[in-house]
Design a protein around this ligand. Sequence first.
Ligand SMILES: Cc1cc2nc3c(=O)[nH]c(=O)nc-3n(C[C@H](O)[C@H](O)[C@H](O)COP(=O)(O)OP(=O)(O)OC[C@H]3O[C@@H](n4cnc5c(N)ncnc54)[C@H](O)[C@@H]3O)c2cc1C
Length: 378
Amino acid sequence: MKHILIAGSGFAGVSAIRSLRKEGCTVPITLVAPQPAMVYHPSLIWVPAGLRTQRDIVVPLAGFFRRYRVHYVQGSVTGLDPGAHRLQTSAGDMAYERLVIATGGRYLKKLQGIEHTFLPCEGYAPVAAMGDRLNALQGGTLAFGFSGNPSEPSAMRGGPLFEFLLITDTQLRRQGRRDRFDLVFFTPSAEPGKRLGPEAMGRLMREMEQRGIRGHLGHKLKGFASDRVMTEGGDIKSDLTVFIPGMTGPEWVAKSGLPLSAAGFVRADEHCRVPGFEGSVYVAGDAGTFPGPDWMPKQGHLADLQGHTLARNLMGDLRGEYTEHTFRRELICVVDTLDNGILVFRDPKRSAVFGTPALHWSKQLFEKVYLGRCRIGG
Ligand SMILES: Cc1cc2nc3c(=O)[nH]c(=O)nc-3n(C[C@H](O)[C@H](O)[C@H](O)COP(=O)(O)OP(=O)(O)OC[C@H]3O[C@@H](n4cnc5c(N)ncnc54)[C@H](O)[C@@H]3O)c2cc1C
């Protein structure tokens, strides 16, 4: 029997489901994920300032599943036999006719002492803990940094780190205690933010300079201790360290026999099909590596576009037509600072950056609309 199995309920999985049904797909859809909810990562930046709670971040999808006729199975994927069309999960083996991989990426945790840092990308708990620590501190040095994966330029997450840093600065000013803290930005890259485009990089560097944030750039990271960040260019004393490491692919794909990129992501073609498994395995979002410019980000926005693209091509495959829909190569993000928003845009022909307080509000409006559609299944 025709049957679509989707693994993961983030941007990519949700977008694929919505697009499949909107394209007229009547085939049964099963989704397997650890919880029947979407974790909306972009709003984590507002948790330390007390502007979002767990209920705002972890969005239940029961209504969405009802509306789009999705059979939900609670479980985690542990392996795959693509030849036999079987997905291994903690809820047992699952057969599929078409498989959509949307299980996101992982963060590299190899650096010595990484347990002394707050990793603000893995959901609500670490970000809430970071906010508690910040509130408890009377003063000191706060170090914020990110690094990449040398095997793959797109396997990094810099934008949110700028947001956590700039929002912390704004929050401390509002609390009247910024003068008691030294804020330091560190990264092994000498040109951080370069992938956002040349204007954006200059704009973010100026923003930090104006706010009195020190840079410690271009020095390879050696590790962390409870009171410092160690780099080849010297140590940074730190009372609170926030760090976003480079990314790698999902653990379970390693032995799946699927083609993988150098950094361990599932290789996709420009139509979101997996080469060698066309017509049976598709990938969207952070779990995949896609052809395109090396500045192409791992972003919710692209995960949405890829989920939509794979749905259209999967529909073509169901009809027996080989369609070649693809997605726009673009980067769009609003770097929020609480009192302002900086829009960064890049595509193969153009790049632009501009800031206005209205963008802070538009980022929240986007969140409201996006999550409203997930909550009620619109
Ligand atoms: C702090 C922060 C701020 C961000 N801000 C923005 C922004 O402003 N704009 C933007 O476009 N992007 C932003 N991003 C990036 C964006 O959140 C990601 O690119 C996006 O979440 C990727 O979507 P995804 O569906 O591929 O993966 P995820 O959203 O990570 O979803 C993966 C899904 O798979 C599930 N899963 C994981 N492992 C398994 C398994 N083994 N078996 C089954 N299911 C599994 C997870 O539970 C989850 O449901 C931000 C990220 C962070 C961390």
